[in-house]
Design a protein around this ligand. Sequence first.
Ligand SMILES: [Zn+2]
Length: 158
Amino acid sequence: MNHMIRCAHCRRLILSNPRVKDQRYCSQKACQRARKTLWQRQKMATDPDYQLNQRDCQKDWKKRNHDYWRRYRSQHPGYITRNRLLQKHRDRRRRLHHLAKMDASEQIFAVKPGSYYLIPAKGHLAKMDTLSQKVFLIPTSYTDLAKKDSMDSLYAFP
Ligand SMILES: [Zn+2]
């Protein structure tokens, strides 16, 4: 007798098909594909014969396909030239894009002419004489702020 079941893939409630034993999936293509994939995975994990057979099939398929492409390339020399040109074009475009991006970031980080306080990225102002690899450039327009507060507050600036 028919009864309602929930598809294990799409989770829809469906009327079961009495001819399908232990039905867990509906008849939609995607759900049937999911059922088959799961079955194959379980079979691979539990059936050594199936495993070997699949591996051989894959090897054959790879060999056949490899031969196919090798033959295709030898019969269509234009194919390689075209691919190489396309790749070159892609590389060039990527490089240009990268350069364009670099320009943009350089513009962002470019230091405008003016006066700055050099604040060591690490350590204290008192140790400014030791070489600091990184310094923060604080525009002198921040002077008022610096006067109001201790210089320590300026360390917070990235
Ligand atoms: Zn389904």
